[in-house]
Design a protein around this ligand. Structure first.
Ligand code: ATP
Length: 213
């Protein structure tokens, strides 16, 4: 069983890592792949370039062999459609149970995703609840949840795709936006990101006011 968590990771923080570890433990995943996204030139760019975002991820997971970085979106030109990522993972992995980890806020936007109806034929979705958020799918998304929701995590092992699980994770009100803002104001982002990530941020002078776009 494999889990994947996509994101900008600009920078990676404990709000990504702890919930992903919670899910890994609850589901007994063999591996969680962190998939940093490529941002096409016409979209707002991450502040840190791709090699630095990867370097921060590498530093963050150094002592966690159950985490791995998957660079496939960075190696692909054009937008990082989750659909394409799942297709390419499937081509490699065959019928293994694959869970897409997704924050509740991102899940509410699912109907705006490219070919979103087809995603559930390629993976399970594990929705990580975030502080202050409530599950309130509406319209198409509500139908989707009603059709695919399971309450028992064990269901995800029995099947390769097609289930949606809402999983309680450690509630950490941390966002990369807040970290960038703190750093731009010259404040300390300690205990929000791993120390090794903070070291890279300091060394590379990332997220200082003059480098913010
Ligand atoms: P930004 O503030 O730059 O938008 P972010 O902190 O939300 O970034 P992303 O890299 O965009 O981080 O997030 C990747 C995934 O991790 C998304 O599915 C998002 O919902 C989830 N996520 C981010 N922060 C948390 C958190 N504190 N708790 C649970 N899930 C989170």
């Amino acid at each position: 069983m494999l889990g994947i968590l996509g994101g900008t990771f600009d920078p990676v923080h404990f709000g990504h890592l702890r919930p992903a570890l919670d899910i890994q433990q609850v589901l007994g995943l063999e591996e969680v792949r962190l998939i940093p996204c490529h941002i096409p030139p016409h979209r707002p760019q991450p502040v840190a370039d791709a090699p630095l975002r990867v370097a921060m991820l590498e530093a963050a997971i150094r002592n966690y062999p159950e985490f791995r970085i998957d660079r496939r979106e960075l190696e692909r030109d054009g937008p990082s459609w989750t659909f394409d990522t799942l297709m390419s993972l499937r081509a490699e992995l065959g019928t293994v149970s694959l869970s897409l980890l997704i924050g509740l806020d991102a899940f509410h936007d699912l109907p705006t995703w490219h070919r979103w109806h087809e995603l559930i034929n390629l993976c399970h979705m594990v929705v990580m609840t975030r502080p202050g958020s409530e599950i309130h799918p509406e319209g198409e998304l509500e139908d989707f949840v009603n059709r695919h929701r399971v309450m028992d995590p064990a269901e995800l092992e029995k099947h390769a795709v097609g289930r949606v699980l809402f999983q309680n994770v450690t509630q950490l009100e941390i966002s990369a936006t807040r970290i960038r803002t703190l750093l731009a104001h010259g404040e300390n982002a300690g205990f929000l990101v791993p120390e090794a990530v903070l070291e890279i941020i300091r060394r590379e002078h990332l997220y200082q006011a003059r480098t913010l776009q």
